[in-house]
Design a protein around this ligand. Structure first.
Ligand code: DON
Length: 608
């Protein structure tokens, strides 16, 4: 093995940090030469030996000394003029940027980055999940790809109810029955139509990372340890994520079964996943417990090209995902409701500002619960829900300074007629912008790994309304519109977004976070457009969220407490919660491409 030291200025990475890809210099069959961070195998062994010696020494001396925990060097911000990639993991971002450097476009990089995430970020990166892609090409075409999971043909609206009609959320959230038919691999091949490099080249880094292993971060070690009991409970074939000793930062995770699955996809394309051995392994896994995904369900899975939702806001065009994601529509509703207000006259994060946004969010999410679902299965009054007149009327009962109530403010009146996910943002030198949000739903999805195939299945069935009035994993309520039906896609909140100014992209953005996703994107747009915050501030400043029910303003630690106190005085219930989302953004301004990764995780930005 040799070292390819392709580090750019300011992002130096030592061998000891090992924030690099363990890549084979004799790549899988096709002899593809990727210019990725490569470490000397010798150095790796050397490091292990040194660590072992330190360990023995510390114990022999019975000292209380602490070994510095392993840390990746993470770039939170990167600038360039040729392209940028920002994703939830440093290795994945590096894979993406190297694809751009080797002449690939943003679609190539989006495919390679997602595949790398499926290996290095198993909590959310995936083969067994689904996602949405929004793109804007340099010839001014908008693309919206829906590769959301769908309900298996054997699904029915009562499948998560016991005989007394009680909701069995454990079944919709964990294990075999929680999975929808996965869409990711189909989505990657659909995306490939817009790419320029062979798929084999794009999947190669993921294969090597799975086969040779990669060094895990502290966050990944913690997450794997936390999920151990569930991995044991929901698998009869013990996955590689389970081992006797605790995971720790710096350990190497090798995923041979996953590598073999990736190789089948590399060799056979879609059939390497939806048919043949991988499909058989999925069906066998389903049969080991109570899973219902069939061979036919897999064979019939298709990505759907949809018409993106385009909203105008103060001279900008906001491109978002249509149903079955609620994201684009909620953004359109929320921007529509706020557009009549002189936002910049209010202070950033002032009580008045947060109250206005909260009341807007309350109304949009009440409509979400009542009206939104897969529009291929139910009639959704999209036109009415987004009409300026309707949105104006929705704010008629807004009283500044006084808390509204979700008991009295419910969904709008429509005439009969008529919450681990991950996001990546990419921009290339030709001006193509790609925004992808992909997920297994919860952290590590259903926790079930397909035996022999090495990838986790999603628990996306929980995004359906399993019973009216029963909140899902993210507290979202739903009704008939989002009830389970065979083949239907469950309502999503994922909001991959691209913003145009004068028909050229100025922002590529998205985030995980379940139902908080649309309100996060709403905040990001307001804070960027109205309050002129920097992209770093937009992404890293504390956020808040309201989603109709529960009737609570959730806020992150460090949110200005004087604002919270004022909101409480107005009559709001406010609760501090853990981190909200992990936004990945790219801002394009005067030819400079600035990528920023969220401070809340291992998120990493690359540019050149
Ligand atoms: O599609 C949805 O809305 C959810 N399945 C997304 C889940 C998610 O964002 C989890 N991340 N923290």
């Amino acid at each position: 093995m040799k070292i390819e030291n392709k580090e750019s200025k300011g992002e130096k990475m030592t061998t000891h940090q090992m924030a690099c890809l363990v890549l084979n210099d004799k790549p899988f069959k096709k002899g593809i030469n990727l210019h990725l961070q490569i470490i000397k195998m010798d150095d790796r062994f050397l490091k292990q030996i040194v660590l072992l010696l330190i360990f023995i020494f510390v114990h022999l001396q019975n000292m209380n000394a602490q070994i510095t925990p392993f840390q990746y060097q993470i770039n939170k911000k990167a600038e360039g003029v040729n392209g940028a990639v920002v994703s939830a993991h440093p290795i994945a971002s590096k894979v993406g940027i190297e694809i751009l450097k080797s002449g690939g476009n943003a679609f190539d990089a989006a495919i390679a980055t997602q595949l790398a995430l499926a290996v290095v970020y198993p909590g959310a990166g995936n083969l067994g999940g689904g996602g949405f892609l929004i793109a804007y090409t340099n010839d001014k075409k908008i693309l919206a790809l829906d590769y959301r999971e769908k309900a298996p043909s054997g699904a029915n609206r009562n499948m998560y109810l016991d005989s007394a009609g009680n909701a069995l959320t454990n079944l919709s959230q964990n294990g075999h029955l929680a999975s929808g038919v996965p869409g990711t691999v189909s989505g990657l091949f659909e995306t490939h139509q817009y790419a320029t490099l062979p798929f084999e080249k794009l999947i190669q880094p993921a294969i090597v990372l799975a086969e040779k292993g990669f060094v895990i971060t502290e966050a990944e070690a913690r997450n794997l340890n936390n999920a151990k009991k569930e991995f044991i409970k929901y698998n009869s074939v013990t996955p590689v994520f389970v081992r006797d000793i605790e995971w720790k930062a710096g350990d190497t995770l090798i995923q041979k079964d996953l590598a073999a699955t990736l190789k089948r996809i590399c060799k056979k394309g879609l059939n390497g996943f939806y048919r043949g051995k991988t499909a058989r392994l999925i069906i066998q896994e389903m049969k080991r417990a109570n899973g219902i995904i069939t061979d036919k369900d897999l064979r019939s899975y298709r990505t759907i090209k949809r018409d993106a939702i385009v909203s105008d806001y103060r001279g900008y065009k906001i491109i978002g995902m249509p149903l079955p994601s609620s994201g684009g529509l909620l953004i359109q509703q929320m921007l529509g409701m706020i557009s009549d207000y002189n936002v910049s006259a209010l202070n950033y994060q002032s009580p008045e500002m947060i109250q206005l946004m909260t009341e807007i969010e309350r109304r949009a999410y009440a409509d979400r619960a009542q009206f939104l679902g897969d529009a291929d299965f139910i009639k959704v009054p999209v036109k009415k829900l987004t009409s300026p007149q309707y949105l104006k009327e929705r704010m008629n009962d807004f009283t500044p300074g006084k808390a509204g109530s979700s008991k009295t403010t419910t969904h709008g009146v429509i005439d009969p007629e008529s919450e681990e996910t991950t996001h990546l943002s990419i921009y290339d030198k030709w001006g193509n912008a790609v925004s992808v949000t992909t997920t297994l739903n919860g952290n590590y999805g259903s926790k079930t790994v397909v035996g022999g195939a090495g990838f986790l299945m999603n628990n996306e069935m929980d995004d359906f309304s399993i019973k009216p009035g029963v909140p899902n994993l993210y507290g979202a309520l739903g009704t008939e519109a989002n009830a389970i039906q065979p083949g239907k896609r469950m309502l999503s909140s994922m909001t991959p977004t691209i913003v145009l100014e004068n028909e050229v992209p100025v922002l590529v953005i998205g985030t995980p976070g379940g139902t908080t996703i649309p309100t996060q994107i709403f905040q990001s747009l307001i804070n960027l457009i109205d309050f002129k915050l920097s992209l770093e501030e937009v992404i890293n400043n504390p956020k808040f969220h309201h989603q109709w029910y529960p009737d609570v303003i959730f806020y992150e630690k460090d949110f200005p407490f004087t604002t919270i106190e004022s909101l409480i005085k107005m009559g709001y219930e406010c609760k501090q919660r853990g981190p909200i989302g992990r936004t990945e953004g790219i801002l394009i301004k005067k030819g400079v491409i600035q990528a920023v990764g969220d401070k809340r995780g291992d998120d990493h930005a690359e540019a050149f």
